[in-house]
Design a protein around this ligand. Structure first.
Ligand code: OGA
Ligand code: NI
Length: 210
């Protein structure tokens, strides 16, 4: 018998197995990590969307706080964002929303999380950008339950920087923002930062809400 040979990702694991990896690592470490949460194809398509938004100057410097308290301080965070919206009727965004609907359904049915909504934005950290240490939940609103980030960067090298740095138990853990990877954590708890990036760093970031 001949072996198929080649890359172990010829047959990507089923979506549910990837969901399990994300949820189980979250339960174990408070920071869930799953590679290949986004297929390469979907990641590439969303990256093209982000590039188009950037070229059309639709990405806006992000603030901190919610609508009531928003401030813009580029010494604190220097990423640019654009919100995804079902009303865009963009085929790639719709594929992303379908994936998130499946994930939320699975999360609610396996962990009784009671999530009823979500919000996601594209994020671009241009060369030299960062986001200092913070927690994601607004002080005046506890709607954001879980934070979830999906990375869109093919061929990310350690010299490129831009890691997501998790602060826990007096220690730090650096997670590189490689294409298709998702991270998942509780918005009210986990302190984290985005380290200075030496290359444009692309992602979709969002929150699952009660
Ligand atoms: C955020 C954030 C982390 C990342 O947008 O709140 O912490 O890795 N993002 O992009
Ligand atoms: Ni954050």
């Amino acid at each position: 018998m001949q072996q198929s040979g080649g890359c172990p990702y010829d047959h990507p694991p089923k979506l549910q197995q990837i969901f399990d990896i994300l949820i189980n690592s979250f339960i174990h470490d408070k920071i869930g990590i799953a590679d290949h949460f986004l297929s390469d194809e979907l990641a590439r398509k969303l990256k093209i969307n982000l590039g188009t938004l950037y070229q059309n100057q639709l990405m806006q410097y992000a603030g901190t706080g919610n609508h009531a308290t928003v401030t813009h301080d580029k010494l604190y965070r220097s990423d640019q964002i654009y919100w995804l919206d079902k009303s865009h009727n963009d085929p790639n965004e719709n594929l992303f929303f379908e994936l998130m609907d499946e994930f939320v359904l699975y999360l609610n049915s396996t962990c009784y999380t009671g999530i009823t909504g979500y919000e996601f934005h594209y994020a671009l950290y241009d060369t030299g950008s960062f986001y200092k240490k913070h927690v994601d939940q607004f002080q005046n609103d506890d709607g954001r339950q879980y934070s979830m980030i999906m990375y869109l960067n093919a061929d990310w090298q350690s010299a490129d920087g831009g890691e997501l740095c998790i602060h826990q138990h007096g220690e730090t853990q650096n997670i590189s923002p490689t294409q298709g990877k998702s991270v998942f954590f509780k918005s009210s708890e986990l302190e984290h930062e985005v380290l200075l990036t030496n290359k444009p760093r692309l992602s979709i970031t969002g929150w699952l809400k009660k």
